[in-house]
Design a protein around this ligand. Structure first.
Ligand SMILES: Cc1ncc(COP(=O)(O)O)c(C=O)c1O
Length: 385
């Protein structure tokens, strides 16, 4: 029998998605894979029903339907202050997941190096490897998950073609400061590297932290490929809508990659999602308030339990230090939490390059009842295992 491609032996199936399957199998409250258990805004559901009754059920323009790109450009311009050109600067993708793969394949030749901060959202290393690139890792140091500029400079000295930034960060909850982003930009300029930035949690940032769009830093736009998504902002992870935004000569190439990967994102869903892009500013303030309350609710339980955690500055994940529970591996801990406690979280090692076994990542994008149910079960941890 022929052997399958050797590059596939370098990474496993997604641990996050695997944990979700196990949570379902054991009936655990699922705080592993980051998706809400509440409805998207009513405006989107109404628009979806209208789209279903409409006539737009065939392929959209591969790089995004014109009306969707127009609405997207207007929305991005509103929040970034950039003057986004819908004709030349956007390619609509199947979520940020595809956007990241497109960005990586657009930026890198086989054998190119790509800097990835560790811990990282697990897709990034797989994206790099699948596109023939070689990830090089720079640690984000717990518990603050900051990087050491000297370590980053040493990684840049290896002449990478690109660096990946996740901001706000999954799994860390880190929101990069303007000063940190400028440090990255200076190094990317000095070594002529692309910056691939993944920003699906742009609107989920907790005061006093603020989201800085990398592409808006002075001189950054030409070398930045911004990957983003409607999944988290509008609670529509199943709609699979995202995009790459960048300079026209880069996007022209990215469109080719995207076309041959997926042809395009679902036409009726692009139609319906325009209703989300057109929501007023108050929607986004409401979203931040909603998640600020959920963060408070869930962290309240963690405080009662007494396990150390890193307070998220953005996104909706929290890394909990489970060292005191005394498991040999975090995978064992995660399985025990699912089977014995009834709550699913992701084994933190799946996000790290280094051998780190003391974190479980929980997310709190759930209805308050769900968070209370999980919290009540987790309170059993007060007395250890
Ligand atoms: C940082 C990050 N990027 C990308 C994704 C995937 O997003 P999408 O649903 O747009 O593919 C996620 C999902 O959890 C994420 O956390």
């Amino acid at each position: 029998m022929p052997a399958t491609a050797s590059r596939l032996s370098v990474f496993t199936e997604s641990v996050i998605r695997g944990t979700t399957r196990m949570a379902t199998q054991y009936g655990a409250v699922n705080l592993s894979q980051g998706f809400p258990d509440f409805d998207p805004p009513q405006e989107l559901l109404t628009a979806l029903a209208a789209a279903a009754r409409g006539s737009n059920h065939q392929y959209a323009v591969t790089y995004g339907a014109a009306n969707f790109r127009e609405a997207l450009a207007a929305k991005i311009s509103r929040f970034t202050g950039l003057n986004v050109n819908a004709e030349t600067e956007l390619v609509v993708t199947c979520g940020s997941t595809e956007a990241m793969m497109v960005a990586m394949m657009t930026a890198c030749n086989p054998g190119d190096k790509v800097i990835v901060f560790s811990p990282f959202y697990e897709n990034y290393a797989a994206d790099a490897i699948l596109s023939g690139a070689i990830p090089i890792y720079v640690p984000l140091h717990a518990p603050t998950f900051d990087f050491d500029p000297d370590e980053l400079a040493r990684a840049f000295a290896q002449k990478p073609k690109a660096i990946v930034i996740c901001n706000p960060g999954n799994p860390t909850g880190k929101v990069f400061t303007r000063a940190e982003l400028l440090t990255i930009l200076r190094l990317a300029e000095a070594h002529d590297a692309f910056v691939i930035t993944d920003e699906p949690y742009e609107h989920i940032v907790y005061a006093p932290h603020e989201h800085v769009y990398f592409s808006t830093l002075p001189g950054a736009f030409e070398r930045t490929i911004t990957c983003n998504s409607l999944s988290k902002t509008y609670s529509i992870t199943g709609w699979r809508l995202g995009y790459c935004h960048g300079a026209p000569h880069v996007i022209a190439q990215a469109r080719k990659v995207h076309d041959f990967l997926t042809v395009g994102a679902a036409a009726p869903l692009q139609d319906a999602a325009i209703a989300g892009l057109e929501l007023p500013d108050s929607y986004y303030t409401g979203l931040t308030e909603l998640y600020t309350k959920k963060r408070e609710l869930f962290l309240g339980y963690l405080q009662q339990i007494g396990l150390p955690y890193t307070e998220p500055q953005g996104a909706y994940y929290v890394m909990v230090d489970i060292a005191s529970l005394g498991f040999t591996t975090d995978t064992e801990a995660s399985e025990w939490l699912i089977k014995d406690i009834g709550v699913a979280g992701v084994a933190g090692s799946s996000f790290f390059r280094e051998s780190v076994q003391n974190f479980i990542r929980f997310h709190f994008a759930k209805r308050d009842e769900t968070l209370h149910a999980a919290g009540e079960r987790l309170l059993r941890l007060r007395s250890g295992r």
